[in-house]
Design a protein around this ligand. Structure first.
Ligand code: P6P
Length: 335
């Protein structure tokens, strides 16, 4: 019976980061501290989300962001919390946020890192209690320390990421991240205020039977996407689309599946943003054995030209992404 007593509580995120620090290309502790800063903000945002129904923080904020989307109150709150945590942490010189038109200079001119972040993705789901998430991407600055970050620091290809991750505020709150040495998932224990390692070395199945796409836009999909959706239907795949990228992505990562946001009539370049949604999830999925393209090009090879540029996204199990691209290629050959 005594072997049940004193069971270890598990590995905290902090201890995991310290143990893995030797894996970091720049093992001087700054990236470790940056990850801790993100985890702190995630705990605060998690608390705000969990109380949303009790405080007057649900619903629209009354303004639009640079995307022309109605900001939700929690979008603004999450944006403030993450920017403040990264500014106070001191490791980040510049932040690209979905909620900010321009890059934010933190004043940490000696900071070595740039963070691109979607502070709260899927926030329209907050009022109906559907999972939402934070998505982040970390780059090392290319300019000299001692001044503000530059556009060259911000507009780096996804292959230059030194870290990426997401927080999913779902039935449980999880932080999933990579620093280029595999993908690990941590579940938040609110009673202790700690993230504990719960999903070590995440690998996504090579294929699956779940496809995530908004079939309401089917009529304006490119022909190849229509053909792939028909292929999924003919093979009796499961359609799972909750309108929250992090929720759909995480489920597909764990079970196998594909998420597609193609070009549509309303979003000719796709809806998702390259810098703080597509690149971050592409880094994670590739580290987990998956694949992410824009339908023809590897997401992480795309050269960014604007902070908030959009791109089509095909991401998930590699064999499913390849199959979708087969239909897209056939479309090109026919045309
Ligand atoms: P649609 C949320 O706004 C989001 O960015 C993703 O989280 C989600 O997958 C997608 O947009 C939903 O967009 O056009 O299908 O409603």
């Amino acid at each position: 019976m005594t072997d049940k007593l004193g069971l270890p509580v598990g590995t905290t995120l902090d201890r995991f980061i310290m143990r893995k620090q030797e894996d970091f290309p720049y093992a001087t502790g700054e990236l470790s501290q940056l990850l801790r800063d993100i985890a702190l903000a995630a705990k605060i945002v998690n608390r705000e989300i969990n109380r949303a129904g009790l405080l007057d923080v649900t619903g629209a904020y009354g303004q639009q962001n640079v995307q022309g989307e109605d900001q939700q109150k929690l979008d603004v709150i999450a944006n403030i919390r993450f920017i403040r945590a990264l500014r106070n942490g001191g490791e980040v010189c510049t932040i690209i946020s979905e909620e900010e038109d321009e890059a934010i200079q933190t004043g940490n001119t000696k900071g070595k890192y740039i963070v691109a972040i979607d502070p709260l993705d899927g926030s329209s789901n907050i009022d109906v209690n559907v999972s939402i998430g934070t998505i982040f991407s970390i780059y090392r600055r290319v300019s000299e320390q001692g001044s503000d970050g530059t556009m060259d620091d911000c507009l780096q290809t996804g292959t230059k990421q030194v870290g990426a991750g997401y927080i999913i505020y779902g039935s449980s709150t999880m932080l999933v991240y990579t620093t280029g040495n595999g993908v690990n998932g941590f579940t938040y224990d609110m009673t202790l205020g700690e993230f504990f390692l719960s999903h070590p070395n995440i690998f996504t199945p090579a294929t699956g039977k779940i496809y995530s796409v908004n079939e309401g836009s089917y009529n304006s999909f490119p022909e190849g996407v229509k053909q792939y959706v028909n292929y999924c239907r003919d093979n009796e795949y499961s359609a799972r689309y909750i309108g929250s990228l992090v929720g759909d992505f995480h489920r597909n990562l764990m079970k196998g599946g594909i998420y597609i946001y193609p070009s549509t009539a309303k979003a000719p370049n796709g809806k998702l943003r390259l810098m703080y949604e597509c690149n971050a999830l592409a880094f994670i999925v590739e580290q987990a054995g998956g694949k992410a393209t824009n339908g023809s090009q590897r997401i992480m090879d795309m050269v960014p030209t604007a902070l908030h540029q959009r791109c089509p996204l095909f991401i998930g199990s590699p064999e499913m992404v390849d199959k979708a691209e087969e239909f897209l290629k056939a479309e090109v050959e026919v045309n």
